[in-house]
Write a protein that binds this ligand. Structure first.
Ligand SMILES: [Zn+2]
Length: 535
């Protein structure tokens, strides 16, 4: 009898392992339904049925139903009806909270809240309790921060004291970063996690970090602490089209950098990423999709159903709360290229799933891109996003890369009190070292420069993207050699993701095809396309 039981347990274990392997291989695509979308569209049962069918035919496995956004909480009967319809259609649902326009507004961005205000805190708690009553999984969109500098916030900051409910917590220093990080972490513990658990002990709550990684700490995002407080973390990888609006965008390689960097801060915690179709075309939308997967995400959330199923003009027919409330920096119901982008993504889904499968079983190789936790970029803000466009394969990291085969250092390193000593020790190993001009100047007189293995990269992010092909080949050569790639030639605005087994993925971010050569084999990579080689 005992042997039979053991045999059954054995079979179950084998099944469990193979199921786990199968799950591991399958990248999940999900979408979200914004609270206002639910409000104006799903009152009509036909529109709700259309949304379920849209997910079913589009390979969407999970839908995040937003219970709160822009001061509006979805009515319970509507939420229940929506949940039931997706469940009946075989689509899993989860909760989503976008903490905007709750109570007292911030003195800064007009969608953000003043979370020092006790009534705003109380309302926030009620919003999460409501979500936890309806869902076992809740995702918090990346407005879980504050930029408020009202008199109440300023007084609390100066007094080095955070008050959450009836509890007062000390703050390490009287600066905005220390105050806001303490405030948002304590609020996360007390009014999000503990409040949600009390309502639903099974609930998992996930915080999504925004795309603007160099400003996290000044607005209250503390990745190491929040990685521990929350059950998981996500990344906003909405890089959009980097060249839109006269060079004001963020390069697509930012998505890869942030996702890998966050994972290095709290290993095993970064579960998924989210991007939208705003200011993208099908080509740049697919870039976001690929870079998100190369960033290691196991789930891609295509935000949102409204953006992807309605054009901007169609969306305006229904409602535009953004215009009505005069909100800045946020989208309305539809989007210009959303439906076309989603059609392109549906076609690309099988190859994206394969890209995820191949990426998921390999480790990165390359140049250590060092950004300590909570480090501001200073004058090198966004440096890593741009560096990734030069064909240097990066391995984002949050701890000092003492043993990396090659490394690059920027103003972010100044967060270390002994930055010069650590960098000098690294230089002394003889390994290729890239330093930004600004960092070299900031540490002038303390770094052992010039040095034969050090390269100083001139300032100017957009200038970096215009470095000529031959100059880039020469710059990259010693770094690639140290990473085991002796032969690589590619023009600028080409991204290289390198893996420890020698596999690689090359992305072409140019609007024309480019010729690249890897280990003696040359090939053309289509405009905004990619090529990969798996060992
Ligand atoms: Zn305030």
């Amino acid at each position: 009898m005992r042997r039979q039981v053991l045999h059954v347990i054995g079979i179950l274990l084998v099944l469990a392992v193979s199921c786990a392997a199968a799950t591991e291989r399958q990248h999940r695509f999900s979408t979200s339904v914004k609270a206002q979308e639910m409000q104006v569209l799903f009152g009509d049962d036909k529109k709700l049925e259309q949304a379920v069918a849209w997910c079913q035919s589009g390979g969407i496995q999970r839908v995040y139903l937003e219970t709160f956004r822009f001061g509006y909480q979805v009515e319970e009967p509507l939420l229940e009806k929506t949940k039931a319809a997706f469940r009946a259609g075989g689509i899993e649902s989860a909760g989503l909270v976008t903490p905007t326009l709750i109570g007292k507004p911030s003195s800064g961005w007009n969608v953000v809240c003043c979370f020092s205000d006790l009534e705003t805190q109380r309302r926030t708690r009620a919003i999460f309790e409501f979500a936890a009553r309806h869902f076992d999984l809740i995702l918090i969109d990346d407005f879980w921060f504050t930029d408020c500098a009202c008199s109440e916030c300023t007084a609390a900051k100066d007094a080095k004291r955070v008050t959450v409910g009836e509890t007062v917590y000390p703050v390490g220093a009287a600066d905005w970063s220390s105050y806001r990080r303490e405030l948002m972490c304590r609020l996360s513990e007390q009014h999000v996690m503990q409040a949600s658990w009390r309502v639903n002990p099974k609930v998992r709550v996930i915080a999504k970090f925004p795309c603007w990684y160099d400003s996290y700490q000044t607005r209250g995002y503390d990745v190491p602490r929040m990685g521990k407080i929350f059950d998981g973390t996500w990344i906003g990888t909405e890089t959009r089209d980097y060249d839109f609006g006269a060079k004001q965008g963020v390069p697509p390689t930012a998505a890869f950098f942030i996702a890998r960097w966050a994972e290095s801060v709290t290993p095993g915690k970064c579960e998924g990423a989210w991007y939208d179709p705003l200011w993208t075309t099908p080509a740049t939308y697919l870039e976001q999709a690929r870079l998100t997967i190369l960033g290691g995400a196991s789930e891609s959330l295509l935000h949102s159903y409204g953006y992807l199923s309605l054009t901007e003009a169609e969306g305006r027919q229904w409602d535009d709360v953004v215009t009505k409330l005069g909100l800045t920096g946020v989208g309305g119901l539809g989007s210009t290229h959303g439906p076309a982008n989603f059609a392109a993504l549906k076609l690309a889904m099988p190859e994206l799933i394969e890209l995820a499968r191949q990426t998921g079983k390999r480790n990165l190789a390359g140049v250590a891109a060092y950004k300590p936790a909570n480090s501001p970029g200073r004058e090198d803000e966004n440096f890593f996003s741009f560096l990734g466009m030069t064909g240097l394969p990066l391995v984002p990291c949050s701890t000092f890369p003492d043993s990396a085969p090659a490394a690059c250092f920027s103003m972010h390193a100044l967060t270390l009190t002994d930055a010069a000593q650590r960098i000098n020790d690294y230089l002394a190993t003889g390994r290729p070292t890239l330093l930004t001009e600004r960092l070299a100047k900031a540490l002038d007189g303390t770094l052992n420069l010039p040095c034969s293995n050090a390269v100083i990269l001139p300032s100017g992010l957009w200038r970096l993207l215009d470095l000529p092909h031959a100059e880039l080949d020469a710059l990259r050569a010693p770094f690639l050699k140290a990473c085991g790639l002796n032969d690589f030639h590619a023009p600028n605005r080409t991204g290289l993701v390198l893996f420890s087994d020698g596999s690689w993925v090359i992305s072409n971010f140019n609007d024309h095809s480019v010729n690249v050569a890897v280990r003696g084999v040359s090939r053309d990579v289509a405009a905004r396309g990619y090529a990969c080689h798996w060992k």
